[in-house]
Design a protein around this ligand. Structure first.
Ligand SMILES: CC(C)(COP(=O)(O)OP(=O)(O)OC[C@H]1O[C@@H](n2cnc3c(N)ncnc32)[C@H](O)[C@@H]1OP(=O)(O)O)[C@@H](O)C(=O)NCCC(=O)NCCS
Length: 205
């Protein structure tokens, strides 16, 4: 079904007109789509009524058991699926733009921004007319991200991965893969410590 629509430009244009509002809110769905597809999501346990879910019906939004979306969080799946597995916690004011996958026990402190897309930067066009490209991001199990951090997907479209049990320092800017069981800080984020499985200690690198 999705492929039929994708390969038929006229059908695609008509459907997008039915789904989306007019400028300047053209990235958000019309009120009747909102009522049937987004409003019911707010009744799920753990989702703050003061969060903003900008969800489209043609991409996935998955919300696992005992996960939490706090006040002021923005979630947008317009460019790709947003998957929150079980017990994922997103702190106040986080912004998550898909495609983003967070495996179980991932934790975001306050005001973390995870950006799974890029706009083109051709100076001949206004930014909102530039083509957007996907930059998928995966946070593996129990990755924890310090407050104020920006995680920016890769510009070549490959998946950016934050490994299992990594820790990201407050106010970091992550642009490259972070290995599992490491601590990374700064702008751009660099690994400063690794977990030693023999001595059971964090070791400076
Ligand atoms: C990343 C973090 C977990 C590291 O903790 P730690 O293992 O105790 O690290 P240390 O304090 O030994 O710091 C190691 C090095 O990283 C630096 N560093 C630590 N956190 C940093 C940060 N956020 N930004 C830049 N550098 C940082 C330290 O200055 C130190 O540098 P040095 O080796 O040149 O002296 C911690 O500093 C942090 O930022 N935690 C997140 C806090 C947060 O957001 N809390 C919200 C709770 S809801």
């Amino acid at each position: 079904m999705k492929n039929v629509i994708k390969n038929n430009p006229t059908l695609k244009r008509i459907l997008l007109k039915v789904l989306f509002r007019k400028k300047p809110y053209n990235a958000r769905v019309r009120w009747f789509i909102w009522v049937f597809t987004i409003l019911p999501v707010y009744f799920r346990r753990g989702i703050s009524l003061q969060s903003r879910l900008d969800l489209v019906p043609f991409h996935k939004f998955q919300f696992g058991r005992f996960s939490r979306i706090e006040k002021g969080v923005v979630i947008n799946n317009g460019m790709g699926d947003v998957i929150l597995e079980d017990e994922v916690h997103t702190g106040i004011g986080c912004v998550i733009i898909g495609p983003v996958t967070m495996h179980r026990h991932v934790g975001l402190s306050q005001y973390v921004r995870i950006l799974g897309m890029h706009h083109g930067i051709d100076p001949d066009l206004p930014h909102h007319y530039q083509p957007s490209t996907k930059a998928p991001i995966v946070l593996e199990e129990d990755a924890f991200v310090g407050t104020g951090t920006v995680i920016m997907g890769k510009k070549n479209g490959n998946t950016l991965t934050l490994g299992k049990y990594c820790r990201i320092g407050a106010n970091s800017v992550v642009m490259t893969d972070i290995p599992a069981y490491s601590i990374a800080v700064g702008n751009p984020a660099k690994v400063v410590k690794k977990w030693d499985f023999i001595t059971k200690e964090w070791v400076k690198v």
